[in-house]
Design a protein around this ligand. Sequence first.
Ligand code: GLN
Length: 466
Amino acid sequence: MESQIKKIHEQLVSKQITCTSLVQERLELLKANAYNSVNSLLEETAIDLAAKVDAKINNGEKIGLLEGIPFGIKDVYMVQGTYTTASSDMLKNYKSPYTATAIQKLLDVGAIPLVKENCDSFGHGSSSENTIFGPVKNAINPAFVSGGSSGGSAVNVAKDYTVFSIGGDTGGSIRQPAGYNKIYGFKPTYGRISRFGLMAYASSTDCVGPLAKSVEDIRIVLNAMSGKDSKDQTTILSTEISEQEIAKDASGTKVGYFKNFIEGDAIDAAVKADFFASIEKIKAQGIEVKELDFFKGDTLVSTYYTLAMAETASNLSRLDGSNYGNRIEGENLIDTYATTRSESFSEESKRRIVGGNQVLSQGFSDDIYLKGLTLRDQISTNFDTDFKEVDIILSPVTPSPPPKIGESLKDPHAMYLSDAYTVGFSLGQLPTLTVPQGTVTGLQVTAAKNNEELVLKFANFLKDTI
Ligand code: GLN
């Protein structure tokens, strides 16, 4: 699909539409939606900002490419004065005292925030059912889940309620819902975009990223949000990705795929057949494709969940009724903490807090947590070796199509295993993109750290090839 941002920009500049009517129309769609994708609307702010953009255009002033473009925000980002609930009971009345850097950068270039979007509570989940706002329904077939945890963001983009949305990806939360709803979703190299103001899930893999309908829109939004930030010491310097560069011929690219992802029992037969059909189309363009060895999916899932649970148990320990969110008084302080946390966290979040504290506790941490860290190092070393041989690693996004609403809640372990193809790239902190092509839930295009340009260039090639 062509760039929606550029199309709307042209319409605004040539006065075919006004920004106010654009924003109003999208707000109405969000209000009427039956997908549970909305937690709260930023109606007043959006309409005020739209009027300012219209005034500028009417004055004959120039506007920037993102100026007046309506977007959505996963409800885990601070936006000053708005509810930031993380889709949880714990924070259902919590208002942000400040704005996340990534969102501020979009506001600074004039993009218009419309909505805080439904997601799995604190990013815990792969289906966007673990939320107090009702399960987010799939944009293509509402009987199925939207994926998670950035499900509301993916659905809003897929249904054209927002032009792009900002999700958060710790172990697949942008890529997997993008795949389930047939749009693009990008997780950049860890540190490319500041995490300041993103509610922490697992800090060592948390990434900010865009969901959109075209490679070009992903590029534009990524550039706008990237950069070093003194408020997040893990941020890195990065260069702008140019439109010309990613439009160039990708014919010299070497591609690899993990044999064991495709040959295991866990993969759905159609996903496997479609993946191989895509590989054949790529080879037919003269691209070299290699098989690579990698860790088994269940090893990746257990390593990721060990570390993610440990980090989330630590991060969420600050929510005890003292400073933020719900407080339920008990008989004494300890009882207040216990009651507040027991009553205000979801079953899934409690499972992770208990699991995380277990793997961090004396007597267990050496055998479980430290082993997880060692495995993570081995996974990174494996990637270093792979990227000496190939430029791009291609994989399905998920082993199977989306489940029906309700199914994942019955079997959390099966839900964890559905992340088998996304979590490894998160542990490696690599740039990785879902493209809505190739299998029923898309393909995942990954490159070495800081090679986002190559990822987007290869995505452009896939658009014309598959
Ligand atoms: N499904 C994964 C999890 O529950 C990933 C979630 C995410 O990236 N926030 O941990």
